[in-house]
Ligand binder design. Structure first.
Ligand code: MD3
Ligand code: FE
Length: 227
């Protein structure tokens, strides 16, 4: 805790000034930041899923993920019996991943800049679809080549309890509710923190029903030049 003064009514974070909630030194929740763009974003999700459908992938350990996923942008994250990696081609369609919808890019750049990461140039976007019971166990996002870039996450539909840990799997976690329209930006010293999503309760959303969509914009490829 920092010193409390008579004006420090909101504790350590800067929520009162900026509308962003700090969950780590370089991690911020921007509550409702995506709300004005929700319809355009959901339209983008539908366009992406029409070309590269949501599918449940196999982990190298032989499990089937409870979360269904797809991708858009230059690079897409995949997992199968051989491991986790980014590819340019969707293994299901045999075609390049769909284009990144412009609404995704514009929102991500605005959110990143607002959280102290100007000039964010994502080249990958992982789109997750959760149903009641879906969960994401504690993991680090470390398949990207460039840890210097932040990640921007957008939540739509059913509420989730996000688990935010430390740099060791065994570190204590805090639970952060993520609601329809919330955006999370994290980078810098928080880029490799463990995180996950608690098993989803069935709390249907008026627009999306018993479904949660989360998409994360990342810089997965090289900073410059052909790969
Ligand atoms: C990571 N997705 O796709 S994103 C993933 O809600 C993933 O679908 C989750 O983890 C989801 O890899 C969570 C939100 C998030 C927020 C803060 C973080 C991930 C974070 C802080 C540090 C590291
Ligand atoms: Fe992750």
């Amino acid at each position: 805790m920092t010193m409390t003064t008579s004006l420090d009514l909101f504790g350590d974070d800067d929520t009162a000034q900026s509308g962003r909630e700090a969950i780590g030194p370089q991690s911020f929740v921007l509550r409702g930041f995506a709300l004005p763009f929700a319809e355009a974003l959901l339209q983008g999700v539908d366009t992406v899923a029409a070309q590269s459908p949501f599918r449940r992938m196999q982990t190298p350990g032989g499990y089937t993920m409870s979360v269904a996923l797809t991708n858009c942008g230059q690079w897409g994250w995949t997992t199968d019996a051989h491991g986790y990696r980014y590819t340019r081609i969707d293994p299901l369609s045999g075609l390049p991943w769909p284009d990144l919808p412009s609404a995704f890019l514009e929102l991500a750049q605005a959110a990143a800049a607002g959280a102290g990461f100007p000039g964010f140039a994502p080249d990958a976007c992982l789109v997750n679809q959760y149903e009641p019971g879906s969960r994401l166990s504690l993991h680090q996002d470390k398949n990207e080549r460039d840890y210097g870039a932040p990640i921007v996450s957008v939540s739509l539909g059913m509420p989730a309890l996000f688990l935010f840990g430390g740099h060791e799997r065994s570190d204590k976690t805090v639970r952060v509710p993520l609601l329809h329209g919330d955006v999370v930006v994290w980078g810098g010293v928080d880029r490799l923190r463990y995180h996950g999503v608690m098993p989803m309760k069935d709390l249907p959303h008026p627009r999306l029903g018993s479904r949660r969509i989360n998409f994360t914009l990342r810089k997965a490829g090289e900073s410059a030049g052909p790969v």
